[in-house]
Design a protein around this ligand. Structure first.
Ligand code: PEP
Ligand code: MN
Length: 280
């Protein structure tokens, strides 16, 4: 296959490194035998909201807490996030629950600031080909969660990871979050084929975000299970203490009860897949 030949020698390729990359963050691991579940609100909205979210996702068994402080919104009039204040609330929620935290960085100049508060730097779909940002997080000592661009091929996505690794950072987690297609019934089209293909081409761990892939909380559970069945190393799921009141992505956010159900089913499935969920 042409794409595979082109991959020989690349730092992210299987040819370069045969064994799966396993990334450890606090008590969580991403890649390897265990599944990881990153959960939390789309955006940090207040101290109370993110503390509540952290407690409930931890109680249900999530291993890492998510929450956006710098939000790259499609409309300039939508809620843009709390910025530095949001990072402080997220870090506090992480400390109180013992969960490592991940948050998005949208500008190269913000990498030092965001790195002070988070354990994992997230590069969002809209920034997957922001090469200055990729090089900057490549110089960071924090692991990077790299989301697939909304119209990126797998090769473009892996080459974006190559930028980060070439700049010096080998700790990269790939995240499939759906791509733009002609289909409008779901927010994006979840490309589960990416999971086995990326695993064949690369040693990096890959997780799946069924929330942004579907835009609808009703479809999150079935696609979460399908993702794990396809071989994903974990999930990233949006959860809100009260989705109807969410300032961002409420339609796709799971309620506390729905997230508990998802975790129950993930645990059952992980037994069948021979992959436990790491306890935080
Ligand atoms: C997010 O995970 O907060 C997000 C903005 O997702 P994406 O970059 O996949 O759209
Ligand atoms: Mn979101």
């Amino acid at each position: 296959m042409a794409v595979e030949t082109a991959w020989v020698g690349r730092l992210v390729s299987r040819e370069h490194k045969r064994e799966d990359t396993v990334i450890s963050v606090g008590k969580a691991t991403i890649g390897g035998p265990h599944l990881t579940v990153i959960a939390g609100p789309c955006a940090v909205e207040s101290r109370e909201q993110v503390l509540n979210a952290a407690r409930l996702v931890k109680a249900a068994g999530a291993t890492i807490l998510r929450g956006g402080a710098f939000k790259p919104r499609t409309s300039p009039y939508s809620f843009q996030g709390l910025g530095k204040e949001g990072l402080a609330y997220l870090a506090e929620a992480g400390q109180k629950t013992g969960l490592p935290v991940v948050s998005e960085v949208i500008e190269a100049g913000d990498v030092p600031l965001v790195s002070q508060y988070v354990d994992i730097l997230q590069i969002g779909s809209r920034n997957m080909q922001n090469y200055a940002l990729l090089r900057r997080v490549g110089k960071s000592s924090r692991p990077v969660l790299l989301k697939r661009g909304l119209a990126a091929t797998m090769e473009e996505w892996l080459l974006a990871a190559e930028y980060i690794m070439d700049a010096g950072n080998p700790a990269i987690i790939l995240c499939e979050r759906g791509i733009r297609t002609y289909e409008t019934a779901t927010r994006n089209t979840l490309d589960l084929g990416a999971v086995p293909v990326v695993k064949a081409l690369s040693h990096l761990p890959i997780i799946v975000d069924p929330s942004h892939a579907t835009g609808n909380s009703a479809y999150v559970l079935p696609l979460a299970k399908a993702a794990l069945g396809a071989g994903a190393d974990g999930l990233m799921v949006e959860v809100h203490p009260c989705p109807r009141q969410a300032l961002c992505d409420g339609d796709q956010s799971l309620s506390p009860e729905e997230f508990k159900e998802l975790m129950d089913q993930v645990r059952r499935l992980s037994g069948a897949l021979g992959r436990g969920v790491v306890k935080p």
